[in-house]
Ligand binder design. Structure first.
Ligand code: PXG
Length: 289
Protein backbone atom coordinates (compact mmCIF):
# COMPACT_ATOMS: atom_id res chain seq x y z
CA UNK A 1 0.00 0.00 0.00
CA UNK A 2 1.26 3.46 -0.88
CA UNK A 3 0.14 6.15 1.50
CA UNK A 4 0.07 9.83 0.65
CA UNK A 5 1.47 12.22 3.23
CA UNK A 6 1.87 15.87 2.28
CA UNK A 7 2.45 15.25 -1.39
CA UNK A 8 4.72 12.21 -1.08
CA UNK A 9 3.96 8.51 -1.12
CA UNK A 10 5.27 6.10 1.50
CA UNK A 11 5.04 2.36 2.01
CA UNK A 12 2.86 1.52 5.00
CA UNK A 13 5.84 0.81 7.29
CA UNK A 14 7.33 4.22 6.48
CA UNK A 15 4.09 6.21 6.52
CA UNK A 16 4.68 8.10 9.75
CA UNK A 17 3.87 11.48 11.21
CA UNK A 18 5.27 13.41 14.14
CA UNK A 19 4.23 12.57 17.70
CA UNK A 20 3.88 16.35 18.03
CA UNK A 21 1.11 16.42 15.41
CA UNK A 22 -1.95 17.91 17.09
CA UNK A 23 -4.06 15.32 15.31
CA UNK A 24 -2.50 12.86 17.74
CA UNK A 25 -2.04 15.15 20.74
CA UNK A 26 -5.56 16.59 20.67
CA UNK A 27 -7.61 14.86 18.00
CA UNK A 28 -7.33 18.22 16.27
CA UNK A 29 -8.20 17.53 12.66
CA UNK A 30 -10.87 16.29 10.29
CA UNK A 31 -11.40 13.26 8.12
CA UNK A 32 -13.56 11.55 5.54
CA UNK A 33 -14.30 7.91 4.84
CA UNK A 34 -15.11 7.35 1.17
CA UNK A 35 -15.76 4.24 -0.88
CA UNK A 36 -14.81 3.26 -4.38
CA UNK A 37 -16.92 0.84 -6.38
CA UNK A 38 -15.76 -0.68 -9.63
CA UNK A 39 -12.98 1.86 -10.31
CA UNK A 40 -15.16 4.84 -9.38
CA UNK A 41 -15.20 6.97 -6.23
CA UNK A 42 -18.73 7.29 -4.97
CA UNK A 43 -19.88 10.80 -4.03
CA UNK A 44 -16.32 12.11 -4.04
CA UNK A 45 -17.33 15.75 -4.41
CA UNK A 46 -19.84 15.53 -1.56
CA UNK A 47 -17.16 14.05 0.71
CA UNK A 48 -14.64 16.73 -0.30
CA UNK A 49 -17.17 19.46 0.36
CA UNK A 50 -17.88 18.06 3.82
CA UNK A 51 -14.14 17.75 4.55
CA UNK A 52 -13.54 21.39 3.67
CA UNK A 53 -16.61 22.49 5.63
CA UNK A 54 -15.42 20.55 8.69
CA UNK A 55 -11.98 22.15 8.37
CA UNK A 56 -13.50 25.60 7.93
CA UNK A 57 -15.59 25.19 11.07
CA UNK A 58 -12.40 24.41 13.02
CA UNK A 59 -10.45 27.24 11.36
CA UNK A 60 -8.14 24.59 9.99
CA UNK A 61 -6.46 25.70 6.77
CA UNK A 62 -6.14 22.82 4.33
CA UNK A 63 -2.84 23.30 2.48
CA UNK A 64 -4.32 21.99 -0.79
CA UNK A 65 -7.26 23.53 -2.54
CA UNK A 66 -10.24 21.31 -3.17
CA UNK A 67 -9.36 20.59 -6.80
CA UNK A 68 -5.83 19.47 -5.84
CA UNK A 69 -7.20 17.34 -3.01
CA UNK A 70 -9.60 15.75 -5.49
CA UNK A 71 -6.78 15.00 -7.92
CA UNK A 72 -4.57 13.64 -5.11
CA UNK A 73 -7.39 11.35 -3.92
CA UNK A 74 -7.89 9.92 -7.39
CA UNK A 75 -4.12 9.57 -7.83
CA UNK A 76 -3.80 7.69 -4.52
CA UNK A 77 -6.49 5.28 -5.69
CA UNK A 78 -4.78 4.81 -9.03
CA UNK A 79 -1.40 4.10 -7.45
CA UNK A 80 -2.96 1.50 -5.18
CA UNK A 81 -4.91 -0.13 -8.02
CA UNK A 82 -8.18 0.44 -6.20
CA UNK A 83 -11.20 -1.17 -7.78
CA UNK A 84 -13.45 -1.57 -4.73
CA UNK A 85 -11.88 0.28 -1.86
CA UNK A 86 -12.10 2.44 1.20
CA UNK A 87 -10.43 5.83 1.13
CA UNK A 88 -9.55 7.72 4.27
CA UNK A 89 -8.71 11.40 3.92
CA UNK A 90 -7.23 13.10 6.95
CA UNK A 91 -6.25 16.66 7.57
CA UNK A 92 -4.63 17.18 10.94
CA UNK A 93 -3.65 20.50 12.51
CA UNK A 94 -0.04 19.44 11.93
CA UNK A 95 3.12 19.45 14.01
CA UNK A 96 3.24 21.95 16.85
CA UNK A 97 4.29 22.38 20.45
CA UNK A 98 2.77 20.47 23.37
CA UNK A 99 0.34 23.27 24.18
CA UNK A 100 -3.14 22.96 22.75
CA UNK A 101 -3.10 26.21 20.84
CA UNK A 102 -3.25 25.57 17.09
CA UNK A 103 -1.10 28.69 16.63
CA UNK A 104 2.00 26.55 17.14
CA UNK A 105 1.14 24.43 14.09
CA UNK A 106 2.30 26.21 10.94
CA UNK A 107 1.03 23.67 8.45
CA UNK A 108 -1.71 21.07 8.41
CA UNK A 109 -0.80 17.47 7.58
CA UNK A 110 -2.68 15.79 4.73
CA UNK A 111 -2.90 12.00 4.61
CA UNK A 112 -4.65 9.85 2.02
CA UNK A 113 -5.02 6.13 2.61
CA UNK A 114 -6.56 4.18 -0.26
CA UNK A 115 -7.09 0.65 0.97
CA UNK A 116 -8.99 -2.49 0.19
CA UNK A 117 -12.48 -2.45 1.63
CA UNK A 118 -13.16 -4.60 4.68
CA UNK A 119 -16.80 -5.46 4.25
CA UNK A 120 -19.16 -5.98 7.17
CA UNK A 121 -20.17 -9.62 7.72
CA UNK A 122 -22.80 -10.72 5.19
CA UNK A 123 -25.23 -11.82 7.87
CA UNK A 124 -25.50 -8.22 9.11
CA UNK A 125 -27.41 -7.59 5.87
CA UNK A 126 -29.33 -10.83 5.61
CA UNK A 127 -30.30 -11.12 9.29
CA UNK A 128 -30.11 -7.49 10.41
CA UNK A 129 -28.45 -5.91 13.41
CA UNK A 130 -29.22 -6.07 17.10
CA UNK A 131 -28.86 -2.54 18.39
CA UNK A 132 -28.86 -0.97 21.86
CA UNK A 133 -29.36 2.60 23.02
CA UNK A 134 -26.09 3.98 24.37
CA UNK A 135 -26.13 5.57 27.84
CA UNK A 136 -23.63 8.15 26.57
CA UNK A 137 -25.42 10.99 24.81
CA UNK A 138 -24.29 12.26 21.42
CA UNK A 139 -22.11 15.37 21.70
CA UNK A 140 -24.37 18.40 21.91
CA UNK A 141 -24.24 20.74 18.90
CA UNK A 142 -23.52 23.57 21.33
CA UNK A 143 -20.38 21.75 22.51
CA UNK A 144 -19.02 20.60 19.16
CA UNK A 145 -21.29 20.32 16.16
CA UNK A 146 -21.73 16.67 15.13
CA UNK A 147 -21.68 18.06 11.57
CA UNK A 148 -17.94 18.44 12.00
CA UNK A 149 -16.33 15.13 11.11
CA UNK A 150 -13.42 15.63 13.45
CA UNK A 151 -10.63 13.28 14.50
CA UNK A 152 -12.08 13.18 18.00
CA UNK A 153 -14.48 10.25 17.91
CA UNK A 154 -14.41 9.46 21.63
CA UNK A 155 -18.11 10.22 22.00
CA UNK A 156 -18.97 7.68 19.30
CA UNK A 157 -16.38 5.21 20.61
CA UNK A 158 -17.94 5.37 24.09
CA UNK A 159 -21.25 4.51 22.46
CA UNK A 160 -19.65 1.65 20.56
CA UNK A 161 -18.09 0.23 23.75
CA UNK A 162 -21.40 0.46 25.60
CA UNK A 163 -23.17 -1.34 22.76
CA UNK A 164 -20.66 -4.15 22.89
CA UNK A 165 -21.04 -4.41 26.68
CA UNK A 166 -24.70 -5.28 26.20
CA UNK A 167 -24.08 -7.64 23.30
CA UNK A 168 -25.34 -5.33 20.57
CA UNK A 169 -23.71 -4.91 17.17
CA UNK A 170 -24.37 -1.19 16.94
CA UNK A 171 -25.82 1.58 19.07
CA UNK A 172 -28.38 4.31 18.75
CA UNK A 173 -27.20 7.52 20.34
CA UNK A 174 -29.67 10.02 21.78
CA UNK A 175 -29.15 13.74 22.14
CA UNK A 176 -29.23 15.53 25.48
CA UNK A 177 -33.02 15.81 25.31
CA UNK A 178 -33.39 12.10 24.72
CA UNK A 179 -34.27 12.34 21.02
CA UNK A 180 -32.71 9.86 18.64
CA UNK A 181 -29.64 11.39 16.99
CA UNK A 182 -27.81 8.69 15.02
CA UNK A 183 -25.71 5.55 15.31
CA UNK A 184 -22.04 5.55 16.34
CA UNK A 185 -21.01 5.92 12.70
CA UNK A 186 -24.25 5.91 10.78
CA UNK A 187 -27.57 7.73 10.38
CA UNK A 188 -30.91 6.16 11.24
CA UNK A 189 -34.21 5.78 9.39
CA UNK A 190 -37.55 4.47 10.61
CA UNK A 191 -40.42 3.16 8.50
CA UNK A 192 -43.91 3.42 9.97
CA UNK A 193 -47.14 2.92 8.03
CA UNK A 194 -45.49 3.46 4.63
CA UNK A 195 -43.68 6.64 5.63
CA UNK A 196 -39.98 7.06 6.21
CA UNK A 197 -38.72 9.12 9.15
CA UNK A 198 -35.25 10.36 10.04
CA UNK A 199 -34.02 12.84 12.65
CA UNK A 200 -33.10 16.28 11.33
CA UNK A 201 -29.38 17.04 11.42
CA UNK A 202 -29.85 19.77 14.02
CA UNK A 203 -30.96 17.15 16.56
CA UNK A 204 -27.24 16.28 16.66
CA UNK A 205 -26.15 14.05 13.80
CA UNK A 206 -23.59 14.10 11.05
CA UNK A 207 -25.06 15.15 7.72
CA UNK A 208 -24.45 11.72 6.26
CA UNK A 209 -23.80 11.44 2.55
CA UNK A 210 -25.47 8.04 2.48
CA UNK A 211 -28.38 9.63 4.35
CA UNK A 212 -28.72 12.24 1.59
CA UNK A 213 -28.56 9.53 -1.08
CA UNK A 214 -31.26 7.51 0.69
CA UNK A 215 -33.48 10.60 0.96
CA UNK A 216 -33.09 11.00 -2.82
CA UNK A 217 -33.89 7.34 -3.44
CA UNK A 218 -36.98 7.59 -1.21
CA UNK A 219 -38.20 10.55 -3.30
CA UNK A 220 -37.63 8.59 -6.51
CA UNK A 221 -39.56 5.66 -5.08
CA UNK A 222 -42.43 7.95 -4.05
CA UNK A 223 -41.85 7.11 -0.41
CA UNK A 224 -42.82 10.03 1.85
CA UNK A 225 -39.85 11.21 3.93
CA UNK A 226 -40.34 13.15 7.14
CA UNK A 227 -37.48 14.72 9.04
CA UNK A 228 -38.63 14.97 12.62
CA UNK A 229 -37.75 14.25 16.22
CA UNK A 230 -37.87 10.57 17.09
CA UNK A 231 -37.84 8.92 20.49
CA UNK A 232 -36.97 5.38 21.57
CA UNK A 233 -40.72 4.73 21.54
CA UNK A 234 -40.80 5.50 17.81
CA UNK A 235 -38.07 2.93 17.29
CA UNK A 236 -39.82 0.29 19.39
CA UNK A 237 -43.08 0.60 17.44
CA UNK A 238 -41.47 1.02 13.99
CA UNK A 239 -42.32 -1.34 11.15
CA UNK A 240 -38.72 -1.21 9.97
CA UNK A 241 -35.48 0.49 11.02
CA UNK A 242 -32.27 0.78 9.06
CA UNK A 243 -28.92 2.53 9.36
CA UNK A 244 -26.99 4.29 6.62
CA UNK A 245 -23.30 5.04 6.23
CA UNK A 246 -20.48 4.89 3.75
CA UNK A 247 -19.05 1.74 5.32
CA UNK A 248 -22.33 0.05 6.19
CA UNK A 249 -24.30 1.29 3.15
CA UNK A 250 -27.93 0.48 4.10
CA UNK A 251 -28.15 -2.05 6.91
CA UNK A 252 -31.32 -3.43 8.54
CA UNK A 253 -31.93 -3.21 12.29
CA UNK A 254 -34.08 -6.03 13.67
CA UNK A 255 -33.84 -5.48 17.41
CA UNK A 256 -33.46 -2.44 19.65
CA UNK A 257 -32.94 -2.75 23.40
CA UNK A 258 -34.27 -6.31 23.32
CA UNK A 259 -37.46 -5.39 21.40
CA UNK A 260 -37.92 -6.94 17.96
CA UNK A 261 -38.52 -4.38 15.21
CA UNK A 262 -41.51 -5.25 13.04
CA UNK A 263 -41.54 -9.01 12.66
CA UNK A 264 -37.90 -9.25 13.74
CA UNK A 265 -36.40 -9.69 10.29
CA UNK A 266 -35.28 -7.18 7.61
CA UNK A 267 -38.34 -5.54 6.02
CA UNK A 268 -39.27 -5.14 2.36
CA UNK A 269 -38.69 -1.37 2.21
CA UNK A 270 -35.27 -1.76 3.79
CA UNK A 271 -34.36 -4.50 1.32
CA UNK A 272 -35.59 -2.35 -1.55
CA UNK A 273 -33.44 0.53 -0.31
CA UNK A 274 -30.39 -1.74 0.04
CA UNK A 275 -30.83 -2.81 -3.60
CA UNK A 276 -31.42 0.70 -4.91
CA UNK A 277 -28.38 2.01 -3.05
CA UNK A 278 -26.25 -0.86 -4.29
CA UNK A 279 -27.31 -0.18 -7.90
CA UNK A 280 -26.52 3.52 -7.59
CA UNK A 281 -23.01 2.85 -6.23
CA UNK A 282 -22.32 0.91 -9.40
CA UNK A 283 -23.89 3.45 -11.73
CA UNK A 284 -21.96 6.61 -10.85
CA UNK A 285 -18.83 8.04 -9.28
CA UNK A 286 -15.59 9.82 -10.16
CA UNK A 287 -13.52 7.53 -12.43
CA UNK A 288 -10.18 6.37 -11.02
CA UNK A 289 -8.75 5.06 -14.28
N1 PXG B 1 -22.72 9.59 11.59
C1 PXG B 1 -21.46 9.52 12.02
C2 PXG B 1 -21.12 9.96 13.38
C3 PXG B 1 -20.46 9.01 11.15
O1 PXG B 1 -19.20 8.96 11.57
C4 PXG B 1 -22.16 8.69 9.46
C5 PXG B 1 -23.09 9.21 10.35
C6 PXG B 1 -22.61 8.34 8.08
O2 PXG B 1 -22.12 9.30 7.17
P1 PXG B 1 -21.84 8.95 5.66
O3 PXG B 1 -21.46 10.24 5.06
O4 PXG B 1 -20.71 7.94 5.65
O5 PXG B 1 -23.07 8.39 5.10
C7 PXG B 1 -20.83 8.56 9.87
C8 PXG B 1 -19.84 7.92 8.95
C9 PXG B 1 -16.90 3.11 9.45
C10 PXG B 1 -16.81 4.54 9.76
O6 PXG B 1 -15.83 2.50 9.28
C11 PXG B 1 -17.84 5.42 9.45
C12 PXG B 1 -17.70 6.76 9.74
C13 PXG B 1 -16.57 7.17 10.36
C14 PXG B 1 -15.58 6.30 10.67
C15 PXG B 1 -15.67 4.97 10.37
O7 PXG B 1 -18.00 2.58 9.39
N2 PXG B 1 -18.58 7.78 9.49
Amino acid sequence: MKIYIDGQYFEEADAKISVFDHGLLYGDGVFEGIRAYNHRIFKLDEHLERLYDSAKALMLKVPLDLADMRAATIDACRRNNIKDGYIRLLVTRGKGSLGLSPDSCPRATVIIIAAEIELYPREFYTKGLRVATAPTRRTAPAALSPSVKSLNYLNNIMGKIEGKLCGAQEVVMLNEQGYVAEGSGDNIFVLKKGKLYTPPIFVGALGGITRAVVIGLAAEAGLPLIETHLTRYDLFVADEVFLTGTGAEVIPVVEIDGRPIGNGSPGAVTRGMMDAYHKLTRAEGAPIL
